[in-house]
Design a protein. Structure first.
Ligand code: DAH
Length: 341
């Protein structure tokens, strides 16, 4: 029995040390030390020994088991280390190699202008309001006191989705006034920028899709002088201190009184030049005091509250600010153009 153990020791240790893989090593361990392994088989014969021989043989067997286990462990560690080494070798990464050149974009120039406007209004306590571009005619027209026969409702001007002219692409951001007044209670101060759509042919100053910025204030005791003071301040922040403004009477169905705001041409100082098309003035926005019918339609009592609103075109503002002469450039997304800003 002693000789058998000695033979097992020699064979097993030799096989383990030269074992080439973790799987085969595990197979060896089972073969030598498993329940049906070679050591177990030897120990089965213990019964044939004389009683006084058994303790010594038992000790020998324990020592053999421990040595084989230790050898397996050692080999396992060695195999793992060399596997890692091999992996690292294979996965070498040359950090000095030139990287892939990824082109980084930047904000669109028109959105720079929009962000500037948002900052100005947020600074005055306005909140930004977002709303649907697919709108009900009710919100785009009716609740804004625009009657059924108004030309802006015409199918030649507006993109409708339904034969009954009930659903459309909003033609203005003014329906945001209604949304704001329906889900907020005064005091209301909101700014609602967004896309609007009209059936216009594309040319240097027209696009079937463009952007407007709507503003609305509703509170107790709000007057036309608040409108003028606020908008004058905004104009100064956009166009610089000392910019001369003019509030010109106009008509919008949802404001009374209504006006348009012009700035004196900063290029020619009002004499008339190509920038202002010889007018001396540049139209900036439409505005007015919110019509009492519009207020009461939204559940706001016009005897208690009053408000003012304005709407301006974002493209025109951006064109002016960046001295861009053709609106198509804003939408074409030609990087050779956009890269300049
Ligand atoms: N929605 C108008 C338009 O598209 C612009 C406008 C005028 C908006 C007067 C207003 C306003 O809020 O008070 O021409």
């Amino acid at each position: 029995m002693k000789e058998k153990m000695q033979a097992l020791r020699e064979n097993s240790l030799k096989a383990i040390v030269s074992c080439p893989s973790a799987e085969q090593l595990e197979a060896l361990r089972v073969r030598y030390l498993g329940k049906k392994g070679e050591l177990t088989a030897i120990l089965r014969q213990m019964g044939q020994l004389a009683a006084e021989e058994r303790p010594a043989m038992g000790q020998l067997a324990n020592k053999l088991r421990a040595d084989i286990e230790a050898a397996v462990e050692e080999r396992r560690a060695a195999l793992a280390a060399s596997a890692l080494e091999e992996k690292l070798e294979k996965e070498t990464l040359d950090v000095t190699m030139p990287g892939e050149n990824r082109r980084l974009g930047h904000k669109h120039p028109m959105y720079n202008v929009l962000d500037q406007i948002k900052d100005i209004f947020i600074g005055m306590g306005f909140e930004i309001e977002d709303g649907p571009e697919v709108e009900l005619a009710d919100y785009n027209f009716t609740k804004l006191n625009i009657d059924e026969s108004h030309p802006s409702r015409d199918w030649t001007d507006t993109f409708y989705f339904t034969e009954d002219s009930r659903i459309l692409l909003r033609t203005q951001t003014s329906p945001m006034q209604i949304h704001a007044m329906e889900h907020r209670r005064p005091p209301i101060r909101i700014l609602a920028p967004g896309r609007v759509y009209r059936k216009d042919e594309v040319d240097a100053t027209h696009s079937p899709m463009f952007h407007q910025i709507e503003g609305l204030v509703v509170d107790k005791g709000v007057t036309m002088s608040d409108l003028k003071a606020t908008l004058n301040l905004v104009v100064e922040k956009i166009y610089g201190k000392g910019t001369v403004t003019r509030f010109r009477p106009h008509h919008f169905p949802f404001t009374e009184p209504s006006c348009e705001l012009d700035i004196q041409c900063h290029k020619c100082g009002g004499k008339g030049c190509p920038t202002c098309k010889g007018e001396g003035w540049i139209e900036v926005l439409g505005a007015g005091m919110v019509h009492p019918k519009v207020l009461s339609g939204c559940g706001i009592d016009p005897d208690v509250y009053s408000g003012w609103a304005f709407g301006m075109g974002l493209e025109r503002l951006a064109l002016g600010e960046y001295k861009i002469t053709d609106m198509r450039l804003i939408f074409e997304n030609d990087v050779r153009f956009l890269e300049q800003f």
